[in-house]
Design a binder for this molecule. Structure first.
Ligand SMILES: [Zn+2]
Length: 297
């Protein structure tokens, strides 16, 4: 798939998500304030945090695509993970603000039942989240972007906060007005949970955790499929998403001449880069082995 198409689709889907969440933020906060719902105002802060998350992720994505230079010989791939840590900081602040405010309302009995228009706004939010998340997941799968797929699933999970608001309005209006503030606290906790998840995945990414054990098996199978490779060992993967680096050792017949073994190493290099798109560098070391029965030849 052409990088150009990938970038264009990534840009388009980001724009759709940002516009949908801008719409939701404006109306959630406006309706929430007019109709007196802490839960809906909190949801407005949440959709605002979604916009900022998407924008920061996109800036990180763009920066990480910068080509390598003299000072950064491996490129800028990890910039994306660092942008993820800024998002965490931001989400923790928002969740704290929401939880603190709503907890005070519960503790000091400062709550009242919100108007039914809050439920109507939440239903609009449910529909927008379903449509946008489906689109994001579809495009994310097409262009194989884990960041966009993850963002799409996050958008999908936002449907539940909107459903919670509808339930809160219902219970608030049948004599339990505290429910609106309780739902606001739940939304605050959900934002905190998202922050923790983003923190863990980005720290793993910076440390260089493997995305899956199958990656190593896949590399071994590709290398072993090259004619004359007896086996592949000591596979090291420095996982950096879009520009992953692999170091490995292949076993070759000890009698093989240098020119021939160089050809095999080059073929292993080519095949891995061709078959695993995120791999940008492969270092192949050849080690000699005795082939059983070879001494009789
Ligand atoms: Zn969200």
């Amino acid at each position: 798939m052409a990088d150009n198409f990938r970038e264009k689709s990534g840009k388009k889907v980001t724009l759709v998500a940002v516009l949908a969440n801008c719409f939701l933020t404006v109306f959630n906060i406006a309706v929430g304030m007019i109709a007196g719902s802490s839960a809906l105002v909190s949801e407005g802060a949440h959709t605002l945090s979604d916009i900022i998350t998407t924008v920061i992720a996109y800036i990180g994505f763009k920066y990480s695509q910068k080509p390598a230079d003299d000072d950064h010989p491996l490129g800028y791939a990890r910039a994306e993970a660092i942008s993820g840590l800024f998002i965490v900081l931001f989400l923790v602040v928002i969740s704290w603000e929401i939880i603190e405010k709503a907890s005070k309302q519960v503790l000091f009995n400062q709550f009242s039942a919100p108007h039914m228009s809050v439920a109507a706004m939440a239903v609009v939010g449910i529909f927008i989240n379903i449509i946008v998340s489906r689109y994001m997941i579809k495009v994310g799968k097409e262009i194989k972007s884990p960041a966009i797929i993850a963002d799409g699933y996050h958008q999908k999970s936002d449907v539940f906060t909107s459903i919670a608001i509808v339930i809160g309005v219902f219970f608030s209006n049948i004599g339990h007005p505290v429910f609106d503030s309780i739902i606001a606290i739940v939304i605050g906790l959900l934002i905190f949970k998202t922050a923790v998840e983003i923190f863990i995945s980005n720290v793993n990414y910076i440390i260089g955790k493997l995305p899956s054990k199958e990656l190593i098996e896949n590399i071994r199978n590709i290398a072993n499929s090259v004619p004359n490779v007896q086996d592949t060992k000591n596979i090291l993967v420095d996982y950096m998403g879009y520009s992953t680096i692999i170091i490995l050792e292949i076993e070759l017949d000890e009698r093989m001449i240098l020119e021939e073994s160089h050809k095999v190493c080059s073929e292993v290099h080519e095949r891995i880069i061709r078959e695993i798109p995120e791999v940008k560098h492969v270092s192949v070391k050849a080690s000699p082995v005795k082939i059983s029965g070879a001494e009789n030849i």
